[in-house]
Design a protein around this ligand. Structure first.
Ligand SMILES: CCOC(=O)CCc1ccc(S(N)(=O)=O)cc1
Ligand SMILES: [Zn+2]
Length: 261
């Protein structure tokens, strides 16, 4: 019985090790958040989020999503508090969405999928000199994830939606200013947090994820505008930009912490 138990344990460790090798890491994102298995951490303070709309620069279709990019040369658009030991500067935000309403988000909650997910990408400006350096560093990035569910039109988002036709094609950009991403943060600031990775290449394990518990609402026409963007550059075959999300990854040896509900 002892030999059988030892053999089983060796196989289990080998399987986890193999999974690590296959996934290229032990803390990949996104994940399915099992709320009953998350740990309430009373030491998690509220997030401090402060954005300056004048830092907003442009929208860029990079052939995977559309990025709204910010001037990170100053300290005006930052997030701190919560699980973060330093202040992190906003670099860009983007979304992930599906071709149909039953898919689109990268993270899921008890296997529940949302039609879209917003990522606000910040880098640790106290420890690193640039975003590119932070991408490849432990505690380099903090990404706030916000789920989007279909319902009432989101008035704050409409200014962004109106600009999307100008970046229909991959590699197109358009000037975009005076936009405050705070309008897309839910009024309830409860969140889950866990150590993870970028969900697209280089999928580096440098991200502290903060996933807001409550979704924001947006309209069918606004989601249709996302789906009208193209993965492909002007002059090439038209491929609608949809289903730009990664499958959930194994939790492995991680704990998801939660603020009190
Ligand atoms: C080497 C350059 O790499 C980058 O610029 C990575 C950008 C990048 C930022 C955020 C994310 S996400 N979906 O995990 O929020 C993925 C990729
Ligand atoms: Zn993303």
């Amino acid at each position: 019985l002892v030999n059988m138990t030892l053999f089983f344990l060796v196989c289990l460790l080998d399987q986890q090790s193999w999974q690590t090798q296959i996934q290229g890491g032990s803390r990949q994102s996104p994940i399915d958040i099992r709320s009953s298995e998350s740990v309430h951490d009373p030491q998690l303070t509220p997030l401090s989020i402060s954005y300056d709309p004048s830092d907003c620069l442009q929208i860029w279709n990079n052939g995977y999503s559309f990025l709204v990019e910010f001037d990170d040369s100053k300290d005006n658009s930052v997030v701190s508090g919560g699980p973060l030991e330093n202040h992190y500067k906003l670099k860009q935000f983007h979304f992930h969405w599906g071709a149909e309403n039953n898919r689109g988000s990268e993270h899921t909650i008890n296997s529940l999928v949302y039609p879209a997910e917003l990522h606000l990408v910040h880098w640790n400006a106290e420890k690193f000199r640039t975003f590119d350096e932070a991408i490849f560093s432990e505690n380099g990035l903090a990404v706030i994830g916000v789920f989007l569910k279909l319902g009432r039109k989101h008035d704050g988002l409409q200014k962004l939606v109106n600009a999307l036709p100008a970046v229909k094609y991959k590699d197109s950009t358009v000037e975009f200013s005076n936009f405050n991403p705070s309008c897309m943060i839910p009024s309830c600031l409860d969140y889950w947090t866990y150590p993870g990775s970028l969900t697209t290449p280089p999928q580096t394990e440098s991200v502290t994820w903060v996933i807001m518990k409550k979704p924001i609402e947006f309209g069918d026409d606004q989601l249709s505008a996302f789906r009208s963007l193209l993965f492909t550059p002007f002059g090439e075959k038209l491929e609608n930009m949809v289903d730009n999300f990664r499958q959930q990854q194994p939790l492995m040896n991680r704990v998801v912490r939660a603020t009190i509900l």
